[in-house]
Write a protein that binds this ligand. Structure first.
Ligand SMILES: [Mg+2]
Length: 399
């Protein structure tokens, strides 16, 4: 059927909608920000290459109140490793002193201009931007009554597959038992943390590949913990193991070294700490320093900013590993909404680190539904998760 001009004319009898004067737009005026610093305990200490074993994770929850009485939520973490220098105090200081005065009275639907202004006022502040950006998204969804994935491009998949990350452990048998248990629960993708001792690390990876390489995808993550000589020792031993990717062995400042490793070894390398901003990712692509990159909601400034990185990365021929720092289900939900809206391929990343039960506590009333490795975000408005106020009170830290 061919449409004529008269068919496609908007009805002449109705006034064109005035969005800015609409009830929906007017419901999105920001009134106040509320910050809740938390310390979430791990079940057992979590060890990566950088720093001592960690008993828990510092999390900052942000509530964004509108003049209409709606509340949007966002989450960030003070993870403190290479590429992340923020503490709970510094995050609160940036948000309270710099961001809040620029946000009050603004409309949550003006997402891009708000983020642009905040980026201009505090340089390189992704960890503080993330909960703001995700709370804007949550509120847009709550005002319109639609899930956040609809605001990020619409639904492209029914579920999002997650992988498991295993911290550095002296007990190799326990590590192998862990992998076995997760495979029995339906997971097929594993990242083994390495980075402190190249020979021991290579031995652990060999054992995991020996035991499970025929039924699972195995990766190793150095968390920037190796020097050049250590990276060569490690790679010489693992290069023929069929690893799906080797992640960030060298510090993010050593992009030349990352590119040289990628030239020397026929193994896919992943950039994580090396990619905070768009410019970082462009540099990694242009130097061929990696062929896979990882985003994290906090590291990269929220789901919106991660989407931009995914667009740039996929255009640059990179594989995408959707990740997160250890965190609660607010930040997991943000990443799952983004992944739900993404039409291209995604690796099975640690998108919802809480699912691997490293956390002793979560902060939402209902966990995000999971069946095996599949996470289902549902269709509630916004991020679709509700804070458990009792847990917030109990886990709150005074600074
Ligand atoms: Mg990593």
């Amino acid at each position: 059927m061919k449409l004529s001009n008269s068919d496609i004319q908007v009805s002449q009898h109705s006034e064109p909608a005035n969005w800015v004067k609409s009830d929906a737009f007017q419901a999105g005026v920001i009134r106040e920000l509320e910050l809740i610093p938390l310390r979430l305990p791990f079940k057992t200490d979590f060890k990566i290459a950088f720093g001592a074993p960690r008993p828990g994770i510092d999390v900052l929850v942000l509530k964004m109140h509108t003049t209409s009485g709606l509340v949007g939520i966002g989450e960030t973490q003070a993870w403190l490793r290479q590429g992340s220098r923020d503490t709970l105090r510094s995050l609160i200081s940036i948000i309270q002193e710099q961001f809040a005065p620029r946000l009050i009275g603004k409309n949550v639907f003006n997402h891009a201009s708000i983020l642009g202004e905040l980026r201009d006022c505090v340089w390189s502040s992704n960890y503080a931007l993330a909960p703001i950006s995700d709370a804007l998204l949550d509120l847009q969804g709550k005002v319109l009554g639609i899930p956040a994935y609809q605001l990020l491009g619409g639904k492209a998949r029914d579920s999002v597959c997650a992988g498991i990350t295993l911290g550095i452990s002296e007990d190799e048998e326990a590590l192998l038992d862990d992998v076995r248990n997760w495979i029995e629960k339906g997971f097929t993708s594993f990242t083994i943390k390495v980075g402190n001792d190249p020979d021991r690390d290579a031995g652990v990876v060999e054992k995991v590949v020996d035991a499970f390489g025929d039924k699972a995808i195995i990766r190793a993550d150095g968390n920037s913990g190796m020097d050049w000589a250590g990276a060569l020792r490690f790679m010489n031993r693992v290069q023929h193991l069929g690893l799906d990717a080797v992640e960030q062995l060298l510090p993010p400042s050593n992009l030349d070294g990352m590119a040289e490793l990628a030239r020397r070894y026929n193994v896919p390398f992943m950039a994580d700490e090396a990619v905070s901003s768009d410019y970082d990712l462009l540099k990694v692509i242009s130097m061929k320093a990696a062929s896979v990159f990882q985003t994290k909601i906090a590291k990269n400034g929220g789901a919106w900013a991660c989407k931009r990185l995914w667009e740039i990365g996929s255009a640059g021929g990179m594989r995408i590993f959707p990740g997160n720092h250890p965190g609660a289900s607010v930040v997991s939900a943000a990443a799952i909404h983004l992944a739900t809206s993404w039409p291209g391929p995604l690796l099975e990343g640690p998108i919802a680190v809480g699912i691997n039960e490293v956390l002793a506590e979560d902060i939402v009333t209902e966990p995000i539904p999971r069946k095996g490795k599949h996470l289902f975000i549902g269709d509630k408005p916004g991020l679709g998760v509700t804070l458990d106020e009792d847990k917030l009170k109990r886990l709150r830290v005074e600074l």
